[in-house]
Design a protein around this ligand. Sequence first.
Ligand code: HAM
Length: 425
Amino acid sequence: MIKAIKGVKDLLPEESPRWRFIEDTGRRWAQRYGFQEIRVPIFETTMLFARSIGATTDIVEKEMYTFADRDGSSLTLRPEGTAGTVRAFIEHNRAADPRPQKFYYTGPMFRHERPQAGRLRQFHQFGVESFGIANPRADVEVISLLWRLLSDLSLPGLTLEINNLGYSDDRARYKPLLVAFLKSVETRLCANCQRRIEGNPLRVLDCKVPDCRSATEDAPRLADSLSPAARDHFACVTAGLQSVGIPFDLNPRLVRGLDYYCLTAFEVTCSHLGAQNAVGAGGRYDGLVEQLGGPAVPAVGFAVGLERIALMMPDAVIVPSAPRIYVAAFGTKAVDVGCALLDELRQAGVPADMDFRSTSLKAHLRQADRLGALYTILLGDDEIEKGTATLRNMQTKAQEDLPLRDLVSSLQGRLRTPESAPFSS
Ligand code: HAM
C-alpha cells in the first residue's frame, strides 16, 4: 500500500467543516480590517527564501524542500508566505499604487521538521502583510487583527508576547556584547546554540533548552542597546494595544526564527498545545522589500498555523455541514420524482442528499440519521399519485403530508427558522 509521506496529513471530510470555519473566520476578519486576498505560488527560486528568511536560520539551513528544476535552477517549496508576498509586491510595482496595500493569504507551507503533534512538514498558514506604513499604528492594527481572530475562534489559554528587536543598527551595536557573553558561557550551551554564537547569536536567547535558558539569564539585554527612535516606536505599540484592550506580556527573549524582523516582534501561544505552543506570530520587517530589490517600503504582518488552531478549537463553535434534507423514495416512479426533487432542492440552495443504493424505508431512515439530516422526505408511488410527499422531522419523528408542488418553498421557509438555521453547504 502506498502511504502518505511522513509529516503530511490528509484532511478527511469530517474535518473539513472545522477547517473551512477557521479559514472563513480568518477571511472575514481580514476583510473587516481592509486586507485583500493574494495568492502567490507554492514554489519560488531558492534565492528568494535564502535572502529573506536568512542564510543562517534553521529554516534555510536545514528545513527547506529544495530541488533542481530541469534546467538546473534551484527551486524551493515555500516554507512561509511573507517572502513570496514581498516578491509579488515588488514585481507588480504595488508601491506605486496609492491604495493601502494590505494582503492576506492562506495555503500550504513546507518545512522539513521532525513531525509531532502540531508540527508537520506540510502545514497551512493564514497570514496577513501590510505594506507602506511605518507608523506603529500599523503594528497595532495587525496585532489586533491576530488577537480578535483567535479570540473569535474561542481558542483557550491565549497569551500574546511582544518584544522590541530595534533597528538593524541597534542590533549591530548589541551583537558584539552578546557574542562576548555567549563565548564566556559556551560550554553550558546546547550544540545548536554553540553553533549559533557567531552566525545568529540572538537566536540563542529564545532557545527552549533549560540549560541554555539558565546559562543566558545574565546576558546583556538588547533593550539597553536600543536607540530612542526604536524605544519610541515600541512605546506607541504597547500604548496602542492598551488603548484597544489587548492584553500582552513583554518577553525580552522573543527573537523569532526569521531574520527579516525589526522593531516589533510578537507571538501568540496557547497553554493547551504542549511543546509546539505557538499558534501565530509575526512582526515588522521594514528592510525586507528593499533587501529583495524593491523600494524602501516598511511592512508588518503575521501568520497563524491552521493545524494548531484546528487542534485547539472547541467543537461547539463549528457549524455542521450535514445535508439538511434527505430524500427517501421507493418505487420506480417515486425514485424518478425524488431525483427531480433532489435537483430542485439543490438548485434552490438547500443542501439535500439521497442514497441511491437504499431500497427499504428502514435503510433510508438509517442513512438519513447517519448523515444528520433535519428532515426526510418520504416518497412512494402512492404519494406521487396523490401529488403529495410525507415530511418527517428526524428529531421529533413527527410526520405530515405536504403537497409536492409547495415542498421546496415550504422547506426553504422551515430551514430559515432559528432552530434549523444556519444551513451551510
Ligand atoms: P512562523 O513563526 O515561522 O512565522 O510561522 C507562523 C506560524 O505557523 C507558527 O506560529 C505556527 O503556528 C505555524 N507553523 C510554523 N511551522 C509549522 C509546522 N512545521 N507545522 C505546523 N505549524 C507550523 C512565519 O512564517 C512568518 N512568515 C509570519 C509573518 C508574516 N511575519 C510577518 N508576516
